[in-house]
Ligand binder design. Structure first.
Ligand SMILES: *[C@@H]1O[C@H](CO)[C@@H](O)[C@H](O)[C@H]1NC(C)=O
Ligand SMILES: *[C@@H]1O[C@H](CO)[C@@H](O)[C@H](O)[C@H]1NC(C)=O
Ligand SMILES: *[C@@H]1O[C@H](CO)[C@@H](O)[C@H](O)[C@H]1NC(C)=O
Ligand SMILES: *[C@@H]1O[C@H](CO)[C@@H](O)[C@H](O)[C@H]1NC(C)=O
Ligand SMILES: *[C@@H]1O[C@H](CO)[C@@H](O)[C@H](O)[C@H]1NC(C)=O
Ligand SMILES: *[C@@H]1O[C@H](CO)[C@@H](O)[C@H](O)[C@H]1NC(C)=O
Length: 258
């Protein structure tokens, strides 16, 4: 899926989990907006802040009616990555990191009024770049198995799924290797890696390593019989030809003598 489509989906991924906390999924390196529930513009003297897991992330203060908010404190882990909207208090976190994941709470006191608190559970994921499946044939004397290994690049927070010829293989979720014994001549196996912000898959064709029935006409044995039959026909024809010629000549000689 294209990244722009994912960006569009992310905007829609704000949903209420159980009344107070909203779940947000972010992508490493991208930005995300945490809106507030303040309906009007923030007017008056006071302060507002965002906390992450109860620690201060950013605190802004306005000292006089017509001046903008000024940053009083910002967590050094977020330096240069935060923009707070002066009018609404919305927080924009850019260049997201996995460690930004956590619970964010907005609050404050402006014109002696407590701001409407809002809580987000932010989870930041790495985008899955690609998936690769490799095969290894184990052809021991008593069994013939193919081991498939699935490697995921870009993200380690993924769920894995295996499918064959379009159907999910039950009981294989999150297994990085899968041992199969293809019964058909060829079977297509697919490994799919998914996380809430991306999905990638890769397929391989596993060949059956059981010896196949010889195809008629092309085995050395069949070739030998063909050669043998041809030889036999040639020999028989030669014998007949000689016999016919001898009889013919004998008759001619008899005629001459008679
Ligand atoms: C608040 O608004 C002023 C003027 O619009 C702007 O210069 C300032 O950067 C804003 N503050 C924050 C924390 O975004
Ligand atoms: C958040 O900030 C980044 C970097 O300044 C900007 O590219 C992005 O458009 C902003 N997002 C929103 C929703 O304002
Ligand atoms: C091949 O399969 C046999 C029997 O299942 C097993 O004992 C052996 O360790 C396997 N070898 C490899 C290289 O996987
Ligand atoms: C290999 O396949 C055979 C059936 O062909 C199966 O009985 C055996 O358990 C498999 N071995 C492994 C290591 O999966
Ligand atoms: C598979 O892994 C994902 C990501 O770690 C996890 O969310 C999911 O619960 C796991 N599924 C199973 C069946 O273990
Ligand atoms: C597996 O072993 C069988 C019997 O020894 C042999 O006929 C077949 O060619 C082998 N297949 C592979 C892929 O090595």
């Amino acid at each position: 899926m294209s990244s722009s489509l994912f960006a569009a989906l992310l905007v829609l991924q704000v949903f209420n989990v159980c009344g107070d906390s909203l779940q947000l999924n972010g992508v490493v390196g991208k930005s995300i907006l945490l809106p507030t529930e303040e309906e009007g513009l923030l007017k008056g003297i006071g302060d507002m802040n965002w906390k992450k897991n109860s620690d201060d992330v950013i605190t802004l203060v306005r000292g006089s009616e017509n001046s903008p908010f000024e940053i009083q404190h910002i967590d050094s882990n977020f330096k240069g990555r935060l923009i707070v909207n002066n009018d609404t208090g919305a927080l924009n976190i850019s260049n997201l990191r996995e460690e930004d994941s956590g619970e964010y709470v907005f609050g404050g006191l402006i014109s002696s009024r407590s701001l409407k608190p809002v809580t987000y559970k932010l989870q930041v994921y790495e985008m899955i770049v690609s998936v690769q499946v490799t095969t290894q044939v184990n052809n021991s004397t008593d069994s013939c198995n193919v081991t498939l290994s699935c490697s995921v690049f870009g993200s380690h927070q993924v769920a894995l799924f295996w499918s064959t010829n379009g159907g999910n293989i039950p009981g294989t979720e999150n297994k990085t290797t899968l041992t199969v014994s293809p019964t058909l001549a060829e079977e297509i196996y697919t490994c799919t890696a998914k996380n809430p912000v991306s999905s990638q898959s890769s397929s391989v064709t596993a060949k059956s390593c059981q010896p196949r029935a010889p195809s008629p006409g092309f085995s050395p044995c069949a070739l030998k019989s063909v050669l043998f039959s041809t030889g036999l026909v040639a020999m028989v024809s030669a014998v007949i030809a000689v016999n016919v010629r001898e009889r013919c000549c004998r008759e001619m000689r008899t005629e001459e003598g008679g």
